[in-house]
Design a protein around this ligand. Structure first.
Ligand code: HEC
Length: 128
């Protein structure tokens, strides 16, 4: 009887652990799914992966805008953002309307949906 009780309490603990972990990983995979469907056509995200139509975005948050080596940026983004550092706030503004942040940039993207933007931004905050 004692053993059975112990097995049940272990099982309960295990189930609690799964319940605590599951929502986080589900959130992470939603961030990743959105990035895959909205950004992966033009960008890569892995460390030292080659640039696509757009620059590789590994380590974006905290790095200087328009600074990925080996990528040729438009003068529009270099002029508008040159010297600034990517923060979650700047990335949110960029994703809301790239052309408002850097008129004439080679990336045209408008995302009006705030929750979608915050998932996209969260993916890059965790990409280090
Ligand atoms: C149709 C292609 C395309 C898509 C889709 C796209 N981008 Fe871009 N992106 C570009 C190009 C091209 C540039 C370079 C812009 C320039 O030089 O003016 C760029 C630049 C950027 C930059 C500036 C990077 C730096 O080094 O300063 C960020 C940040 C960025 N994109 C994020 C995203 C995110 C996040 C998504 C998905 C929501 C996305 N992009 C979707 C083509 C794209």
């Amino acid at each position: 009887m004692f053993h059975i009780r112990r097995i049940f309490s272990c099982l309960a603990l295990a189930l609690t652990a799964v319940a605590l972990v599951a929502p986080v990983s589900a959130g992470e995979s939603l961030d990743m799914k959105l990035v895959q469907s909205h950004c992966a056509a033009c960008h890569t995200f892995g460390k030292s992966e080659p640039h696509g139509q757009g620059p590789n975005l590994y380590g974006l948050i905290g790095r200087k805008a328009a600074s990925a080596s080996g990528y040729t940026y438009s003068s529009a983004i270099a002029k508008a953002l040159g010297g600034r550092v990517w923060t979650p706030e700047l990335l949110d503004a960029w994703l809301a309307d790239t052309q408002a942040v850097a008129p004439g940039t080679g990336m045209t993207y408008f995302q009006d949906d705030q929750p979608t933007r915050s998932h996209l931004v969260k993916y890059f905050e965790n990409l280090r």
